[in-house]
Design a protein around this ligand. Structure first.
Ligand code: NDP
Length: 243
Protein backbone atom coordinates (compact mmCIF):
# COMPACT_ATOMS: atom_id res chain seq x y z
CA UNK A 1 0.00 0.00 0.00
CA UNK A 2 2.89 2.37 0.77
CA UNK A 3 5.08 0.94 -2.00
CA UNK A 4 6.19 3.59 -4.48
CA UNK A 5 4.83 6.46 -2.36
CA UNK A 6 6.93 9.34 -1.08
CA UNK A 7 7.50 9.92 2.62
CA UNK A 8 8.99 13.19 3.89
CA UNK A 9 10.47 12.88 7.39
CA UNK A 10 11.73 15.99 9.19
CA UNK A 11 14.72 15.82 11.52
CA UNK A 12 15.58 12.41 10.08
CA UNK A 13 19.37 12.30 10.50
CA UNK A 14 19.24 10.47 13.83
CA UNK A 15 17.06 9.19 16.66
CA UNK A 16 13.36 8.63 16.10
CA UNK A 17 13.35 10.38 12.70
CA UNK A 18 16.05 8.07 11.36
CA UNK A 19 14.10 4.98 12.52
CA UNK A 20 10.94 6.35 10.88
CA UNK A 21 12.73 6.94 7.57
CA UNK A 22 14.15 3.39 7.60
CA UNK A 23 10.74 1.92 8.50
CA UNK A 24 9.10 3.64 5.49
CA UNK A 25 11.96 2.56 3.20
CA UNK A 26 11.35 -1.05 4.32
CA UNK A 27 7.74 -0.61 3.14
CA UNK A 28 8.99 0.48 -0.30
CA UNK A 29 8.54 4.24 0.08
CA UNK A 30 10.88 6.73 -1.55
CA UNK A 31 12.34 8.84 1.23
CA UNK A 32 12.96 12.56 1.59
CA UNK A 33 15.29 12.90 4.57
CA UNK A 34 15.19 16.37 6.07
CA UNK A 35 18.13 17.42 8.21
CA UNK A 36 19.28 20.64 9.85
CA UNK A 37 23.03 20.24 10.42
CA UNK A 38 24.32 17.06 8.80
CA UNK A 39 23.22 13.66 7.56
CA UNK A 40 25.51 10.67 6.99
CA UNK A 41 26.10 9.09 3.59
CA UNK A 42 25.78 5.77 5.44
CA UNK A 43 22.11 6.45 6.29
CA UNK A 44 21.33 7.33 2.67
CA UNK A 45 23.00 4.04 1.60
CA UNK A 46 21.01 2.04 4.20
CA UNK A 47 17.78 3.50 2.83
CA UNK A 48 18.75 2.97 -0.83
CA UNK A 49 19.56 -0.62 0.15
CA UNK A 50 15.82 -1.25 0.35
CA UNK A 51 15.58 -0.50 -3.38
CA UNK A 52 13.96 2.92 -2.97
CA UNK A 53 15.01 6.45 -3.91
CA UNK A 54 16.36 8.70 -1.18
CA UNK A 55 17.24 12.39 -1.20
CA UNK A 56 18.52 14.44 1.71
CA UNK A 57 17.28 18.03 1.94
CA UNK A 58 18.84 20.53 4.33
CA UNK A 59 16.17 22.78 5.82
CA UNK A 60 15.43 24.40 9.15
CA UNK A 61 11.72 23.62 9.54
CA UNK A 62 11.21 26.56 11.89
CA UNK A 63 11.94 28.78 8.88
CA UNK A 64 8.88 29.22 6.64
CA UNK A 65 10.89 29.56 3.40
CA UNK A 66 13.10 26.56 4.22
CA UNK A 67 10.01 24.43 4.85
CA UNK A 68 8.55 25.52 1.50
CA UNK A 69 11.83 24.58 -0.22
CA UNK A 70 11.79 21.16 1.49
CA UNK A 71 8.29 20.30 0.30
CA UNK A 72 8.83 21.76 -3.19
CA UNK A 73 12.05 19.75 -3.60
CA UNK A 74 10.23 16.59 -2.47
CA UNK A 75 7.46 17.13 -5.04
CA UNK A 76 9.82 18.11 -7.87
CA UNK A 77 12.27 15.22 -7.30
CA UNK A 78 9.85 12.44 -6.29
CA UNK A 79 6.65 13.49 -8.09
CA UNK A 80 4.36 13.43 -5.02
CA UNK A 81 4.22 13.96 -1.27
CA UNK A 82 2.15 11.12 0.18
CA UNK A 83 3.32 10.92 3.78
CA UNK A 84 4.58 13.79 5.90
CA UNK A 85 6.07 13.09 9.33
CA UNK A 86 6.73 16.14 11.48
CA UNK A 87 9.39 14.73 13.77
CA UNK A 88 11.99 17.53 14.12
CA UNK A 89 12.08 18.72 17.70
CA UNK A 90 14.26 20.31 20.34
CA UNK A 91 14.27 20.84 24.10
CA UNK A 92 15.56 23.89 25.99
CA UNK A 93 14.65 22.88 29.55
CA UNK A 94 14.55 25.20 32.54
CA UNK A 95 12.18 26.27 35.28
CA UNK A 96 9.87 28.96 33.95
CA UNK A 97 11.31 31.69 36.15
CA UNK A 98 14.75 30.97 34.67
CA UNK A 99 13.60 30.28 31.10
CA UNK A 100 14.76 32.88 28.59
CA UNK A 101 12.38 34.30 26.00
CA UNK A 102 14.69 32.88 23.31
CA UNK A 103 14.45 29.36 24.73
CA UNK A 104 10.66 29.64 24.73
CA UNK A 105 10.56 30.97 21.17
CA UNK A 106 13.08 28.47 19.77
CA UNK A 107 11.14 25.48 21.09
CA UNK A 108 7.76 26.77 19.90
CA UNK A 109 9.17 27.77 16.51
CA UNK A 110 10.76 24.38 15.87
CA UNK A 111 8.30 21.96 17.47
CA UNK A 112 4.99 23.71 16.72
CA UNK A 113 5.48 26.31 13.99
CA UNK A 114 7.71 23.83 12.13
CA UNK A 115 4.71 21.52 11.73
CA UNK A 116 2.53 24.41 10.53
CA UNK A 117 5.23 25.37 8.00
CA UNK A 118 5.43 21.91 6.41
CA UNK A 119 1.68 21.16 6.55
CA UNK A 120 0.93 24.56 4.97
CA UNK A 121 3.04 23.60 1.93
CA UNK A 122 2.37 19.85 1.76
CA UNK A 123 -1.36 20.27 2.41
CA UNK A 124 -2.02 21.82 -1.01
CA UNK A 125 -0.23 18.98 -2.77
CA UNK A 126 -2.15 16.33 -0.80
CA UNK A 127 -5.48 18.07 -1.42
CA UNK A 128 -4.85 17.94 -5.18
CA UNK A 129 -3.79 14.27 -4.93
CA UNK A 130 -6.89 13.53 -2.82
CA UNK A 131 -4.77 11.32 -0.62
CA UNK A 132 -2.11 11.62 2.01
CA UNK A 133 -1.16 10.94 5.61
CA UNK A 134 0.32 13.40 8.05
CA UNK A 135 1.78 12.20 11.35
CA UNK A 136 2.98 14.72 13.92
CA UNK A 137 5.28 13.69 16.76
CA UNK A 138 3.93 15.12 20.00
CA UNK A 139 4.94 13.81 23.47
CA UNK A 140 3.35 12.52 26.67
CA UNK A 141 4.65 15.80 28.13
CA UNK A 142 2.08 17.58 25.95
CA UNK A 143 -0.62 15.58 27.76
CA UNK A 144 0.77 15.65 31.32
CA UNK A 145 2.96 18.76 31.56
CA UNK A 146 6.41 18.52 33.14
CA UNK A 147 8.52 20.53 35.55
CA UNK A 148 11.23 22.41 33.62
CA UNK A 149 9.56 21.86 30.25
CA UNK A 150 6.90 24.57 30.04
CA UNK A 151 8.06 25.56 26.54
CA UNK A 152 8.31 21.95 25.33
CA UNK A 153 4.98 20.90 26.90
CA UNK A 154 3.25 23.91 25.33
CA UNK A 155 4.69 23.04 21.90
CA UNK A 156 3.67 19.39 22.18
CA UNK A 157 0.16 20.20 23.49
CA UNK A 158 -0.10 22.69 20.61
CA UNK A 159 0.75 19.89 18.17
CA UNK A 160 -2.31 18.00 19.39
CA UNK A 161 -4.67 20.92 18.70
CA UNK A 162 -2.99 21.50 15.35
CA UNK A 163 -3.39 17.80 14.48
CA UNK A 164 -7.10 17.71 15.30
CA UNK A 165 -7.79 20.92 13.36
CA UNK A 166 -5.83 19.78 10.29
CA UNK A 167 -7.59 16.38 10.49
CA UNK A 168 -10.97 18.14 10.28
CA UNK A 169 -9.83 20.43 7.43
CA UNK A 170 -8.40 17.63 5.27
CA UNK A 171 -10.76 14.74 6.03
CA UNK A 172 -13.15 15.35 3.12
CA UNK A 173 -10.30 14.64 0.67
CA UNK A 174 -9.28 11.36 2.33
CA UNK A 175 -6.20 12.81 4.01
CA UNK A 176 -5.57 11.60 7.56
CA UNK A 177 -3.76 13.62 10.22
CA UNK A 178 -2.73 12.01 13.50
CA UNK A 179 -0.26 12.52 16.32
CA UNK A 180 1.97 10.15 18.24
CA UNK A 181 2.83 10.87 21.87
CA UNK A 182 6.02 9.00 22.70
CA UNK A 183 7.02 8.52 26.32
CA UNK A 184 10.63 7.91 27.31
CA UNK A 185 12.56 6.82 24.20
CA UNK A 186 16.31 6.16 24.14
CA UNK A 187 17.87 8.79 21.83
CA UNK A 188 20.36 11.68 22.10
CA UNK A 189 17.48 13.77 23.51
CA UNK A 190 17.14 11.50 26.57
CA UNK A 191 20.80 10.34 26.80
CA UNK A 192 21.72 13.82 28.11
CA UNK A 193 19.50 13.33 31.18
CA UNK A 194 21.25 12.34 34.43
CA UNK A 195 21.49 8.58 34.97
CA UNK A 196 19.63 8.84 38.29
CA UNK A 197 16.77 10.70 36.54
CA UNK A 198 16.66 8.11 33.72
CA UNK A 199 16.43 5.31 36.32
CA UNK A 200 13.57 7.05 38.13
CA UNK A 201 11.75 7.58 34.83
CA UNK A 202 12.05 3.90 33.90
CA UNK A 203 10.83 2.82 37.35
CA UNK A 204 7.70 4.92 36.82
CA UNK A 205 6.85 3.28 33.46
CA UNK A 206 4.36 0.39 33.80
CA UNK A 207 6.29 -1.71 31.22
CA UNK A 208 9.52 -0.95 33.21
CA UNK A 209 11.68 -0.10 30.21
CA UNK A 210 12.51 2.77 27.89
CA UNK A 211 11.09 2.65 24.38
CA UNK A 212 13.19 2.46 21.23
CA UNK A 213 13.02 4.68 18.15
CA UNK A 214 11.77 1.58 16.29
CA UNK A 215 8.79 1.28 18.68
CA UNK A 216 7.72 4.79 17.60
CA UNK A 217 8.50 4.17 13.92
CA UNK A 218 6.21 1.09 13.85
CA UNK A 219 3.31 3.20 15.15
CA UNK A 220 3.98 5.95 12.59
CA UNK A 221 3.88 3.43 9.72
CA UNK A 222 0.65 1.98 11.11
CA UNK A 223 -1.00 5.43 11.06
CA UNK A 224 0.23 6.04 7.51
CA UNK A 225 -1.21 2.73 6.27
CA UNK A 226 -4.54 2.85 8.08
CA UNK A 227 -7.11 4.89 6.14
CA UNK A 228 -9.87 5.15 8.78
CA UNK A 229 -8.10 6.71 11.74
CA UNK A 230 -7.83 10.49 11.82
CA UNK A 231 -7.51 13.25 14.44
CA UNK A 232 -6.16 10.82 17.04
CA UNK A 233 -3.26 10.82 19.47
CA UNK A 234 -1.56 7.43 19.82
CA UNK A 235 0.58 7.08 22.96
CA UNK A 236 3.74 5.00 22.52
CA UNK A 237 4.88 5.17 26.11
CA UNK A 238 4.96 1.79 27.87
CA UNK A 239 1.76 2.76 29.67
CA UNK A 240 2.91 6.09 31.16
CA UNK A 241 -0.37 7.76 30.20
CA UNK A 242 -3.58 5.75 30.16
CA UNK A 243 -6.48 7.77 28.79
P1 NDP B 1 17.03 13.86 18.64
O1 NDP B 1 17.57 15.06 19.35
O2 NDP B 1 17.80 12.59 18.65
O3 NDP B 1 16.73 14.24 17.11
C1 NDP B 1 16.02 15.39 16.77
C2 NDP B 1 16.25 15.67 15.31
O4 NDP B 1 15.52 16.85 14.94
C3 NDP B 1 17.72 15.93 14.99
O5 NDP B 1 18.08 15.23 13.83
C4 NDP B 1 17.75 17.44 14.74
O6 NDP B 1 18.74 17.86 13.84
C5 NDP B 1 16.38 17.67 14.16
N1 NDP B 1 15.99 19.07 14.23
C6 NDP B 1 15.96 19.85 15.34
N2 NDP B 1 15.57 21.09 15.01
C7 NDP B 1 15.35 21.08 13.67
C8 NDP B 1 14.94 22.07 12.73
N3 NDP B 1 14.65 23.31 13.12
N4 NDP B 1 14.82 21.72 11.43
C9 NDP B 1 15.09 20.46 11.03
N5 NDP B 1 15.49 19.48 11.87
C10 NDP B 1 15.63 19.81 13.17
O7 NDP B 1 15.56 13.66 19.25
P2 NDP B 1 14.54 12.43 19.22
O8 NDP B 1 14.82 11.56 18.07
O9 NDP B 1 14.51 11.89 20.59
O10 NDP B 1 13.17 13.22 19.01
C11 NDP B 1 12.42 13.19 17.80
C12 NDP B 1 11.04 13.76 18.09
O11 NDP B 1 10.40 12.95 19.07
C13 NDP B 1 11.06 15.18 18.65
O12 NDP B 1 9.97 15.91 18.14
C14 NDP B 1 10.89 14.95 20.14
O13 NDP B 1 10.33 16.06 20.78
C15 NDP B 1 9.94 13.77 20.13
N6 NDP B 1 9.93 13.00 21.37
C16 NDP B 1 11.05 12.36 21.83
C17 NDP B 1 11.00 11.63 23.00
C18 NDP B 1 12.18 10.89 23.55
O14 NDP B 1 12.05 10.35 24.66
N7 NDP B 1 13.31 10.82 22.85
C19 NDP B 1 9.75 11.55 23.79
C20 NDP B 1 8.64 12.28 23.22
C21 NDP B 1 8.74 12.96 22.05
P3 NDP B 1 20.18 18.40 14.35
O15 NDP B 1 20.81 17.25 15.10
O16 NDP B 1 20.86 18.75 13.08
O17 NDP B 1 19.90 19.56 15.21
Amino acid sequence: MLKGKTAVVTGAAKGIGKAIAIAFAKKGCNIVLNYRNAVSEELIKIIEGFGVKCIAVKADVSNFDDAEKLIKTAKDEMGSVDVLVNNAGITRDNLVIRMSEKDFDDVINTNLKGAFNTIKHAGGIMLKQKEGAIINISSVVGLMGNIGQLNYAASKAGIIGLTKSAAREFASRGITVNAIAPGFITTDMTEVLKEEFQKRMIDSIPLKKAGTPEDVAEAVVFLAENRYITGQVLNVDGGMVMN
